[in-house]
Design a protein around this ligand. Sequence first.
Ligand code: PGA
Length: 255
Amino acid sequence: MRQPFIAGNWKMNLDRASSVALVVQLAELVAESSGEVEIGVCPPACYLEAVGSVVIGSEIGLGAQNMYHEESGAFTGELSAAMLLDLGCKYVILGHSERRQLFGETDASINEKLKAALAAGLTPIVCVGETLEEREFGQTESIVETQFEGSFSGIEEVDMLKCVIAYEPVWAIGTGKVATPDQAEAVHAHLRKVMTNQYNSEIAEQIRIQYGGSVKPGNAEELLSQKNVDGALVGGASLKADDFAAIIAAAKSSK
Ligand code: PGA
């Protein structure tokens, strides 16, 4: 049984006071979730410490939205995996489509980050997903397969087991256009097949694959009840404590 994992990606939103207020409210709402659902929040890096001081000892884990693969040195503006750990992070999102599209991240650079995150003991959430054009050309499966193979190149079985994958169709992110449960399930099942080929079925069955892209309280239950959908990476709806808590509740009732 894969434990559902709901993570909130706050992106470049909120300020210090509203970040703390949001997580305080969320901590109250999920206080009784008793470990059935794994919960994470990924605030902007500058608020990791403030948010971390609220979630410490709670059901909510702290995550970062990005990192750099080097350990230290002349890399202006970057943060290392060790720095994120030092701030109390458990998770790091890697290869989000916004980072791929706006900041030039490639499967190769994501692979370097993934190796550094694993070496430091962070749980990586590695994002894959096709654009609308790629979907219309029937390339969805080959695109996510290529992204998976490139991002996870050289990752040993023991390390693979520590990873989480997020399938996020680019056309569904922040657009209100959610993938249908069938569309999500088909890609998740395909990714599991790819992992079976690359590793083995035992490993493939254990890895959690989150869906991301316009997940809301109103569509969460149907998406999360799909066999191969093991949670959600939530953007917009994670900025409202009630909505995010409702998605967590949907994860609980859908399994
Ligand atoms: P969204 O973002 O829920 O606002 O569509 C999801 C994501 O980018 O992780």
